[in-house]
Design a protein around this ligand. Structure first.
Ligand code: NAD
Ligand code: UDP
Length: 358
């Protein structure tokens, strides 16, 4: 029996594939590489010494996706595939609703047809909107403030309705806070397209000399030093949260639950700059601008539910997050670009699937 990982070549997906393979799971990856590279998956085999199957396809292509269910014995799905750029979602809302929501519906229709009712879904702390009530619990009021966030909120509702209609569905909705860092090997990490919007990839590109200076969006918040506070979580801790969620849903006979995956600790932008300077030995030049529209002052999780029900909590601190981000950035200043298929372990074509062999 295999775990189907949609979006498995992406930032969170690739790290989760490593942890799944390390735990002995068989995995099947589906990705259309709209925001990722096959090279990430090749490196997953390199890190783990394990082989797996990849289907390069779009979730919206129901016929091709159905072949994956036909050809493999899938016991559960971890669903990462989706677009995630907030700014782009404001410009192109239909692109986001189409890809994220329709993609999820197509996936769930096939899961239903093939009696696969175990699902772990990538949601986001963005579903909590602009709340200033921290730490945030799962039962806080929901209300996304942009189309991307609304796709997550709508999918959560769709999944709750699905479970309501058939209570044998086992669904874990994971609301991520701010994933950063990279695998300790420095071989896989976050590889944003263009100029990063998020803080940590921006800082690391300043450190490596690709960008000149970090613009701090506001230093007049009601926080310890005036800059925004977030709950940064190491990507490997986040990946391990998926394994725990998977174990939980496989144990039970039906249910739908949302879990915060965060550390419960908040760090300011200035603290993150300091931590990155310490980890990298580089000076991060900064300039202050006005607040970024739509930004909350402070956002961090109450992660108690995940601790109690999933037996999961984050263990890696910000120094490790920054050291691992830096190792990845330094070793891969251009991300995965131009490294595809250069080395010997080129994937072998076999029907629709590609086998990543050790
Ligand atoms: P990512 O862009 O690195 O990975 C997403 C993967 O999905 C990519 O490999 C992309 O090619 C693939 N994909 C997108 N649409 C597809 C489709 N229609 N068919 C097949 N493949 C498709 O993003 P990530 O950071 O790894 O995020 C994974 C998930 O977690 C996303 O759903 C995202 O919204 C969610 N999330 C991410 C963050 C974050 O800060 N990174 C925070 C909260 C939630
Ligand atoms: N931030 C910043 N400069 C940047 C990017 C982000 O000052 O170039 C700040 C942002 O205002 C917020 C924090 O860093 O306070 C985290 O932002 P990010 O976009 O990474 O995450 P999100 O706001 O979506 O939680």
């Amino acid at each position: 029996m295999a775990i189907l990982v949609t979006g498995g070549a992406g930032y969170i997906g690739s790290h989760t594939c490593v942890e799944l393979l390390n735990e002995g799971y068989e995995i099947v990856v589906v990705d259309n590489f709209s925001n990722s590279s096959q090279e990430a998956l090749r490196r997953v085999t390199e890190i783990t010494g394990k082989s797996f199957k990849l289907y390069q396809l779009d979730l919206l292509d129901k016929e091709k996706l159905e072949a994956v269910f036909e050809e493999n014995k899938i016991e559960a799905v971890i669903h990462f595939a989706g677009f995630k750029a907030v700014g782009e979602s404001v410009e192109l809302p239909l692109k986001y609703y189409q890809n994220n929501i329709t993609g999820t519906i197509v996936l769930c229709e096939l899961m239903k047809k093939y009696h696969v009712k175990n699902l772990v879904f990538s949601s986001s702390a963005t579903v909590y909107g602009m709340t200033d009530h921290v730490p945030i619990r799962e039962d806080a009021q929901l209300g996304a403030v942009n189309p991307y966030g609304r796709t997550k909120l709508m999918i959560e509702e769709i999944l709750r309705d699905l479970h309501h209609s058939d209570q044998t569905w086992n669904i874990a909705i994971l609301r991520y806070f701010n994933p950063i860092g990279a695998h300790a090997s420095g071989r896989i990490g976050e590889d944003p397209t263009g100029i990063p919007n998020n803080l940590m990839p921006y800082i690391s590109q300043v450190a490596v000399g690709k960008l000149e200076r970090l613009t701090i969006h506001g230093n007049d918040y009601q926080t310890k030093d005036g800059t925004g506070i977030r709950d940064y979580i190491h990507i490997v801790d986040l990946a391990l949260g998926h394994i725990k969620a998977l174990e939980k849903i496989k144990r039970r006979s039906g249910g739908v639950d949302a879990y915060n995956l965060g550390t419960g600790k908040g760090y300011s932008v200035s603290e993150m700059v300091d931590a990155f300077e310490k980890a990298s030995g580089k000076i991060i030049s900064t300039t202050i601008s006005r607040r970024r529209p739509g930004d909350a002052a402070t956002c961090y999780a109450n992660p108690t539910k995940a601790k109690e029900q999933l037996d999961w909590h984050a263990v890696r601190g910000i120094d490790e997050m920054c050291q691992d981000s830096w190792r990845w950035q330094q070793n891969n200043p251009t991300g995965y670009v131009k490294k595809v298929n250069k080395e010997s372990r080129t994937p072998v074509q076999s029907n629709a699937a590609v086998f990543f062999n050790v």
